[in-house]
Design a protein around this ligand. Structure first.
Ligand SMILES: Cc1cc2nc3c(=O)[nH]c(=O)nc-3n(C[C@H](O)[C@H](O)[C@H](O)COP(=O)(O)OP(=O)(O)OC[C@H]3O[C@@H](n4cnc5c(N)ncnc54)[C@H](O)[C@@H]3O)c2cc1C
Length: 612
């Protein structure tokens, strides 16, 4: 076992992690630990763009951007955070430009901008061109630019190291720590894929930037590696997860596959049609039609299919029509995604419409933080030395539904803030002693999995989890479907206790790591479903057929999910006057998941009915 000491340790080398590293590494000794080689992080798969009210091509300002973000999130957005994001967006884009990012340009040489769902002029009048982009490879360019700048700045990377535990001085999952008492994060335990060796990193400040958890679903745009590791590690230490029931389904996944076709396709003029050739979004969102926010478009598509107006032999998808666009325009603005349609479906987008259906895309929820990226352990107290940014975190700027291009923005704005605050804290803090047995439970788990001669197969449990999530916790949800899903997850958790791996070796044992990732997926799926069961209303990405309306009276609150020991009689913090609203619990073996509520920060905007 090796041990290391750094002022700041960043877990994750996607956009959020590397943006944080650029801030922290100039100030204090910083290490980035990543289970992937940095440029393989999912940020590199992002296509359509990153928004900022630059007003380069038409009138725009940060206030309209803030409003769109709040309305897009169905008013569950913390408005102070959204305002910060919209204001700092402009510098975030310019930072990247200075670092060398090759944005598309207007004829005058300014950064070009295009339309994206839910981004409007003057509070909803018409769609506005706010998204900065580099063809349909914006995330690729961001990730490469950040990595090159990290290399230039000599940031230290530990690549293909999997963080498997978070070390804290008070483990809240083992028992109650009174509100107000100090809790510190002191290090992480990591596994080196190449050698199978365990490493302990002691740190004054730790930033989680581990990305999303799309692999809880079968049909998803997310990479194989998006298994919710950081979220699950925080949950297992007793820290809350916020608003996990809100998962975004992106309207245009390639039908049957889930591979993403960016919303930029509609931003550039693409139209959705049902099996009758009708432009159905005119019925659901008369003003901005195909450029309505994703939750609305995804539900409208699913509804067309349910009501028998789907396309194809089984009428189980709709069509994305680009055939009226000039081939030269398609080649210039949408080269990658049209190639996906050719490669994976054998469809020629110049002449044929592309079969599409909603695909699980983005976790609106995550580890709760304040606007300085400090992690909260209840509604008010921060965990000292622990920060989170990017898709793993919930600030909450996306509320119950994220607008397209707001995530590449989020990772840059809050990645930068996390790097800054963590470095500033590390300058004043001292290293705290780590317990002797810090890595013991990780080592025991690994030995047990490797040592089990036979047992349950990882791929079977994962497939069954993904299938039940797709069938029961997708675009439409009901009490019955969610209860079925939770029961399935429990059975799978039981079977998981007996999981075994075929590769018993030490070197590059990806089999073993997939088994551990499956454990994270099960934990996250459980929290998603309990939150969804409890939220007896429909808002943003969470639609309950049995409660089709938004209920601000009861549910204008963030959900906070906590894992606690079975024998812990303490209740979790909730907002006064919400008795009975967060009553759902999940009891399993040695722990229970309990829910609490947290207030939504409202500044400028009163909640209104959401129409487009
Ligand atoms: C196909 C696709 C297209 C998208 N297009 C857009 C778009 O056009 N605009 C937009 O705004 N958003 C888009 N998004 C969303 C956006 O790309 C992501 O939300 C964002 O890039 C997430 O960045 P991140 O830094 O938080 O995480 P990631 O980029 O996912 O990085 C996570 C990092 O954490 C590391 N990690 C994870 N677990 C561990 C562990 N246990 N130990 C060590 N390291 C770990 C990984 O190695 C990786 O480096 C898209 C998403 C997808 C899937």
């Amino acid at each position: 076992m090796q041990t290391h000491q750094y002022d700041v340790v960043i877990v994750g080398a996607g956009g959020a992690g590397m943006r944080a590293a650029l801030e922290a590494s100039g100030e204090v000794r910083t290490a980035v630990i990543s289970k992937l080689y940095p440029t393989r992080s999912h940020t590199g798969a992002a296509q359509g763009g990153m928004c900022a009210a630059l007003a380069n091509v038409e009138e725009d300002n940060w206030e309209w951007h803030t409003f769109d973000t709040v309305k897009g999130g169905d008013y569950l957005v913390d408005q102070d955070a959204a305002e910060i994001m919209a204001k700092e967006a402009i510098d975030a884009v310019l930072d990247l430009e200075r670092m060398g990012l090759p944005f598309n340009r207007t004829p005058e040489g300014k950064i070009d901008q295009r339309r994206f769902g839910g981004h409007t002029r003057n509070h909803g009048e018409a769609a506005v061109r706010r998204s900065c982009y580099a063809a349909d490879r914006t995330g690729h360019m961001i990730l490469q630019t950040l990595y090159q700048n990290c290399v230039k700045q000599d940031v230290e990377f530990f690549n293909e190291f999997y963080v498997l535990d978070l070390i804290v001085d008070h483990d809240l999952s083992a028992g109650h720590v009174p509100d107000g008492e100090e809790v510190n994060a002191t290090g992480v335990v990591a596994y080196d894929l190449a050698t199978g060796e365990i490493h302990i990193f002691q740190a004054k400040a730790i930033i989680f930037a581990t990305g999303g958890a799309g692999k809880i679903y079968k049909t998803t745009s997310n990479a194989h590696t998006l298994t919710g590791d950081g979220m699950a590690l925080a949950l297992r230490r007793g820290f809350p997860l916020e608003d996990m029931e809100f998962f975004q389904f992106h309207p245009t996944g390639l039908a049957g596959l889930g591979i993403l076709l960016s919303e930029a396709a509609r931003g550039e003029g693409g139209i959705l049609r049902n099996g009758d050739g009708e432009r159905f979004m005119e019925r659901y969102a008369p003003t901005i039609k195909d450029l309505a926010p994703r939750d609305i478009v995804a539900r409208s598509m699913a509804n067309e299919v349910r009501e028998g107006r789907g396309a194809g032999p089984n009428k189980d998808y709709v069509l994305l029509d680009l055939t009226h666009l000039e081939p030269a325009h398609i080649d210039a603005k949408l080269p990658d995604i049209t190639e996906f349609a050719r490669t994976y479906l054998g469809i020629e987008p110049y002449t044929e419409p592309v079969p599409v259906y909603p695909t699980a895309h983005y976790a609106m929820g995550g580890i709760p933080t304040n606007v300085d990226a400090e992690v909260l352990r209840n509604n008010t107290d921060v965990v000292r030395g622990l920060y989170a940014a990017g898709e793993v975190a919930c600030v909450s700027v996306h509320g119950s539904n994220r607008l397209g291009t707001n995530s590449l923005l989020d990772i840059n704005v809050f990645g930068k803030r996390a790097g800054r605050t963590a470095a500033a804290y590390a300058k004043t803090a001292t290293f705290r002693d780590l317990p002797e047995d810090a890595a013991d439970s990780v080592i025991a788990t690994l030995d047990e999995m490797r040592g089990r001669p036979n047992g349950e197969r990882v791929s079977d449990i994962r497939r069954e989890l993904q299938e039940t999530m797709d069938a029961n916790a997708q675009v439409f949800r009901t009490e019955d479907s969610l209860r079925t899903c939770l029961a399935d997850i429990r059975t799978l958790q039981d079977r998981y206790k007996n999981v075994s791996v075929q590769d018993k070796g030490r070197l590059f044992n990806t089999d073993l790591l997939e088994a551990l990732e499956l454990g994270f997926l099960l934990d996250i799926a459980e929290v998603v479903v309990i939150g969804a069961l409890n939220r007896k209303e429909s808002r943003g990405g969470h639609f309950r057929e049995d409660f089709p309306d938004r209920d601000d009276e009861k549910f204008m609150l963030h959900t906070m999910a906590y894992r606690r020991p079975l024998d812990d009689s303490a209740t979790v913090e909730s907002v006064d006057g919400t008795e009975g609203v967060f009553s759902e619990q999940s009891v399993f073996d040695t722990y229970k998941v309990m829910l609490g509520g947290k207030s939504v920060v409202q500044t400028r905007y009163e909640p209104m009915e959401r129409k487009y």
